[in-house]
Design a protein around this ligand. Structure first.
Ligand SMILES: [Zn+2]
Length: 288
């Protein structure tokens, strides 16, 4: 490693995201996927081992002055296993994906994936659409609690686990079994001070589930986006104004899917939800 501060991340998908965050504040860091460091593989456990090994060999040098090991929060906080060394940056939410469940992604999706102009998008519209989508995301709440319960107690007879694919919650028996446990899951949540809020959902749901559900909801919204033409203070598009049926600029572009929305969300690293990462990069690195 060079004298440029090193950021050690869990895997290949993280490299571009954290490089982009560093660039946004004009900071020079080298981002390394831990699996690309000799002797380590992908994943949080390896980031932890790699950073701890640096502490073990650094003697009087303060590792945190030249290294940041970024790890997912996942269930670590609830297991009481947050690492204490200062070189770690534990994400605020379950994983990096969770940070992109943000109103700004709704705004960017409308301006990028529809034919409506930027003047169609108002604050009022974004707030209204985001809160509509947010309500749908709470469908993940009890499935996340059930998974967390198993993560904390391997003997627990669970009906849902973090290893499950996102949409398994929509199928039986998982769907009915988890719903039958709502009262006991409420007590479990209360015992951990977890509330049914978006910020807590970002901590207990995997980022992949949450961003997956968010992207699906944005996609559903955009496929029926015409109903919002001329609403929230915007002018009606020229087609709707002339009552030309079946044509409206509030329309999703060809070839866009929920997967496009998911993948391209990561391009928007300017989100305020990632400002604490920017602050941390500023604290260790010099201006480029
Ligand atoms: Zn229209």
């Amino acid at each position: 490693m060079s004298s440029t501060p090193a950021v050690i991340v869990e895997g290949i998908n993280d490299i571009k995201i954290y490089n982009s965050i560093a660039k946004s504040i004009n900071r020079c860091v080298e981002v390394y996927a831990v699996e690309a460091i000799k002797g380590y593989s992908a994943g949080c456990g390896h980031v932890i081992n790699a950073v701890k090994a640096l502490y073990a060999s650094a003697e009087s040098v303060l590792v945190e002055d030249f290294v940041i090991g970024i790890i997912d929060r996942d269930t670590r906080e609830f297991r009481g296993e947050l690492p204490v060394e200062k070189a770690f940056l534990v994400l605020n939410y379950y994983s990096v994906e969770s940070h992109f469940v943000d109103p700004e992604i709704v705004r960017k999706s409308i301006s990028t994936y529809t034919l409506a102009g930027d003047d169609a998008v108002s604050e009022e519209m974004i707030d209204a659409l985001f809160s509509k989508i947010e309500q749908k995301l709470y469908d993940l709440y009890y499935f996340s609690l059930e998974s967390l319960r198993f993560a904390l107690d391997g003997n627990y007879n669970s009906d849902y686990r973090y290893s499950f694919a996102n949409n398994r919650r929509k199928q039986d028996p998982a769907m009915s079994n988890v719903r039958a446990k709502i009262h006991e899951l409420d007590s479990f949540a209360a015992s951990l001070n977890i509330r049914c809020s978006l910020s807590d959902l970002k901590k207990i749901s995997t980022g992949k589930w949450l961003l997956g559900a968010f992207s699906e909801e944005i996609y559903i919204l955009l496929t029926n986006f015409k109903i919002y033409c001329g609403k929230f203070g915007a002018k009606k598009c020229q087609y709707c104004k002339r009552e030309i049926l079946d044509t409206c600029t509030y329309k999703i572009k060809e070839g866009i899917s929920n997967k496009t929305i998911y993948s391209l969300a990561f391009e928007h690293t300017g989100l305020t939800s990632l400002d604490y990462v920017r602050d941390r990069f500023s604290s260790v690195s010099a201006v480029q």
